[in-house]
Ligand binder design. Structure first.
Ligand code: C5P
Length: 299
């Protein structure tokens, strides 16, 4: 979703991605894992503002700007990589001033960098009037990361392949969500690597939820699915166990699980108000944790 201001600045939200389940179903010869997952997106997240400039310029603010800039050169930031890729591929003469407000924790299993890259592609497609087809955007997104294509869509998706095959799916509707991160970055390649070293075999394929009834999808998620990366992530980051246990005991969550490769965990509540009350309680008791109550985009 974009907002255009009167001074010509275009602002686009990069919502958090939540893996309602994540199964590893195989591994390709190049080392990438084949998976099945149900992706849902929050309403809030990072935001990227694009304004006119002769060259590609990048700046950062927001609560997690410091964490991101401490990771090194901004040339390695996926926002800058996305802009350069588009500019070179389509021989764009203009530049762009890209200002990222980093509200989501970094290396956290909720797609932050991938969501930022996807939002940048969509914002620049509009700002530079490239009018790219969704197939072209998808192809470019995949060059930036396995789950960047999925982050081009804010609606719920069943995701397969290495994260690059996406199709619309139903997720439980009208639930409030609380995301909690213990403030410990977790490396996605390390978690996949540890999964590979410790797992014995792969899960059979399951396919997407077979019906569109919210409570039945929730039951299906709880009974038939897991996050296969939870066990290896827990071994690398024991604080995840504390987050999961704490979430189970705050209010009456309908479901509690880790997202992606961690360390962010989520709890679904029957209402947004219940998610917000749980957020207040948890944030007071755990000042070092990032606690974010929101709702899921459903279509
Ligand atoms: O593609 P992306 O940069 O997001 O992936 C980060 C790392 O996570 C990869 O280099 C790979 O080690 C691992 N990965 C994987 N299988 C996937 C996605 C990521 O093994 N489907």
């Amino acid at each position: 979703m974009t907002n255009n201001s009167t001074d010509g600045t275009l602002v686009r939200c990069a919502p958090a991605k939540v893996n309602l389940f994540l199964h590893i179903v195989g591994r390709r010869a190049d080392g990438y894992h084949e998976l099945e997952s149900l992706f849902a997106f929050t309403r809030g997240g990072d935001s990227i503002a694009v304004s006119a400039s002769e060259t590609v310029e990048f700046s950062l603010d927001g609560p997690f700007a410091g964490t991101l800039s401490s990771q090194g050169n901004s040339d390695n930031n996926l926002v800058v990589k996305a802009a350069r890729l588009l500019k070179e591929r389509y021989e764009v003469e203009q530049g762009a001033n890209l200002s990222l407000t980093k509200n989501l924790p970094v290396a956290a299993g909720i797609g932050g960098g991938s969501a930022d890259a996807a939002a940048t592609l969509l914002a620049l497609d509009e700002f530079w009037q490239l009018d790219l087809s969704s197939a072209e955007l998808h192809e470019i997104a995949l060059l930036l990361g396995a789950d960047v294509p999925a982050c081009l869509h804010a609606y719920p998706l069943f995701v397969s392949g290495i994260g690059d095959k996406v199709e619309p799916a139903e997720v439980p509707k009208s639930y409030g969500i609380l995301l909690v991160n213990p403030g410990v970055p977790v490396s996605t390649p390390q978690v996949f690597g540890h999964y590979h070293e410790t797992s014995n075999g792969y899960r059979p394929t399951l396919g997407k939820p077979k019906n569109d009834n919210s409570s039945e999808i929730l039951d299906w998620l709880k009974e038939e699915t897991v996050n296969d990366l939870e066990a290896p992530a827990l071994e690398l980051c024991p604080q995840i166990a504390e987050v999961l246990q704490t979430l189970r005991n705050v209010g009456s969550p309908a479901m509690v699980r880790m997202s992606g490769s961690g360390a962010t965990c989520f709890a679904l509540y029957d209402t947004d108000d219940q998610a917000r009350s749980a957020q207040i309680e948890l944030a007071l008791e755990n000042p070092g944790w990032w606690c974010f109550a929101d709702s899921l985009q459903t279509a």
